[in-house]
Design a binder for this molecule. Sequence first.
Ligand code: GTP
Ligand code: MG
Length: 201
Amino acid sequence: MKIISAEFDRSAPDLKGCPNWNRPEFAFIGRSNVGKSSLINMLAERKALAKVSVTPGKTKLINYFIINGSWCLVDLPGYGYAKTNQVQRADFNEAVADYLEKRENLRCAFVLIDSNLPPQPIDLEFVRWLGGVAVPFVLVFTKADKQSSSSLEKNVAAFKKILSETWEELPGQIMCSSKTKSGRSEILGVIDESLKTKRGE
Ligand code: GTP
Ligand code: MG
C-alpha cells in the first residue's frame, strides 16, 4: 500500500469529541513511551506527523491522522503513566476505554508491547481487558532494533505463554522497529486487508 497523503486532522479529548464520519480507523495503544507515535510516523513515512518524546505521557488526547484521504491512524494516550500499576477501566484512561469499547469506526487496534522487556503485568492486564471488548486487535512488539533477536524472541515467547494459559486462540503478532522500519509492511498489510472487507464481514 502506498501512502500518498498523511494529514493531522484533530485531537479529541474523549469519544464525544471524535469526528462524525465513516472513515475506517486503526488505533495504536500501549504503555507510555512504548513507541506509538514513532510507529505512526514510520507507517506514514513522515518525520513529525505524531509528536514523539523521551518523556512518557506525551500523547494526552485522541489524535487523528487521515491517510490517503480515506482512512485514519489514531494515536491514543498511553497507559501506565499514572502511579498505580493496576489496570482498572478508569485507571488507564476513561477516554481510551470508551473509544475502544464504543467507537464504531474502529476496525483494528494495534497493541504495542516493548519487546525489550519481559512480560509486564500492566500490559497483560490491558490485553486481557481488551480481549473482553468486541474489537479485533494485533500485538505489535516494538523497538526490535535494540536487542539481539534471541532475547526479543524470549520476551515474546514469555508473553505468549502467559496469554495462552487463559486463551485458546492468541491474537496475531508483529515484530517492529520504527528505526529500521521492520514490521511496516506487515502492519500495512493488516490495514489493507481490513480496508478490503466491510465492517463485520
Ligand atoms: P506517549 O505518547 O508518551 O504515550 O509515548 P509513545 O508510545 O507515543 O512513544 P514515542 O513514540 O513518543 O517514543 C518514546 C521514545 O522511544 C522516544 O525516545 C523514541 O525515539 C523511542 N522509540 C520509539 N520507537 C523506537 C524504536 O523502534 N526503536 C528505538 N530504538 N527507539 C524507539
Ligand atoms: Mg505518543
